[in-house]
Design a protein. Structure first.
Length: 331
């Protein structure tokens, strides 16, 4: 074969080999771009780097192809491999995966937050309720600096609306409201006796606790009635005395005029040592129904709103009479 033909075959072989290399480079280029894009897609980190990578990849391969006519086959193959290897090394991305310790710590925090959530109460914005260390409930009234304590076993058994406490089962039964007691605040001293009892003063206002005069429950529903009766009794025995306010003890100015209303029976007037000093119970005077009295002082103690009374007609000192047995005249 002549030298001219050998040159032609050599040129054809080199051209064919160059075409093969170009095809390989394009395949590798596409494969590498797809690998990089898939990796970026999995990690959620697709950014402008992808665009830069495409430009760098295209530029690198294009440079190699341009140099093929002037470069031997071995050199071209080495160059392509070198360029592709460089591109792959530059674009390797390792996704960030939380380790087991991090996952455990996150779960622990969530569980602690759930455990520390404050319990919910069926109340309105007239009060703020928190749990004491012994499990009882501290009820802070918003209207004045005054609070009351409810027993721990009342959990999920009470409802509070507008400073009034209800038994929950009766409240939602629809038969009656299940009212247990109400707390009121007034600028004036209410001296009408039961069901109002002035416990003291809070934020400059007189503080009263009032009880219903009838039974507020469906007595045919045993479960509801049992709950209401238990809570009603404890409202008198425990809750009433837990009302926290400034003690009621003040002189009346002007004095109050009225009479004893005991339903025809005799009642006792007690000594100052018992009513005010918490000493042994002792009687000052035996008083009779309808006697006229003048009250000069009012005190709350022993669960009673007491009035210090004198006889309006002759001035005899009767001592301290339970306000539930007194009726005062209108001013």
């Amino acid at each position: 074969m002549g030298k001219f033909n050998k040159k032609i075959l050599s040129f054809v072989a080199v051209g064919a080999f160059s075409s093969l290399l170009i095809s390989c480079s394009e395949t590798l280029q596409t494969s590498e771009k797809e690998t990089v894009q898939n990796t970026l897609s999995q990690t959620g980190a697709v950014s402008d780097n992808t665009a830069n990578l495409s430009e760098n990849t295209t530029s690198g391969v294009a440079t190699v192809i341009t140099e093929i006519p002037e470069t031997s086959a071995d050199t071209v193959q080495t160059t392509i491999r070198s360029e592709i290897t460089t591109i792959t090394d530059q674009t390797t991305i390792t996704p960030t995966v939380p380790n087991e310790t991090q996952a455990t710590e996150a779960t622990t925090v969530t569980e602690k937050q759930n455990e520390n959530n404050a319990p919910s109460f069926d109340i309105d914005d007239s009060v703020i309720v928190t749990v004491n260390q012994d499990g009882s409930f501290h009820v802070k009234f918003q209207e004045a600096d005054c609070s009351i304590t409810l027993p721990a076993h009342w959990a999920d058994k009470f409802v509070i609306r507008n400073n009034t406490v209800y038994a929950k089962k009766a409240f939602y039964n629809g038969f009656d409201d299940g009212k247990l007691f109400s707390v009121y605040f007034s600028d004036e001293l209410i001296s009408s006796g039961y069901p109002f009892k002035c416990r003291g003063k809070a934020s400059g206002k007189y503080c009263y606790i009032s009880y219903p005069t009838d039974c507020r429950v469906d007595m045919t529903n045993k479960e509801e009635a049992d709950e209401y009766n238990m809570m009603s009794k404890e409202s008198f025995d425990f809750v009433h005395d837990s009302l926290a306010c400034e003690p009621l003890d003040e002189r009346l100015d002007p004095v109050l005029y009225g009479e004893i209303s005991s339903g025809g029976r005799e009642i006792e007037g007690y000594t100052t040592s018992y009513v005010c000093d918490n000493e042994e119970k002792s009687v000052q005077w035996i008083c009779e129904d309808t006697w006229h009295i003048t009250a000069h002082r009012v005190v709350y103690s022993h669960g009673v709103q007491w009035y210090e009374c004198w006889d309006t007609d002759d001035g005899d000192y009767y001592g301290w009479i339970d306000g539930n047995f007194l009726v005062f005249y209108l001013k």
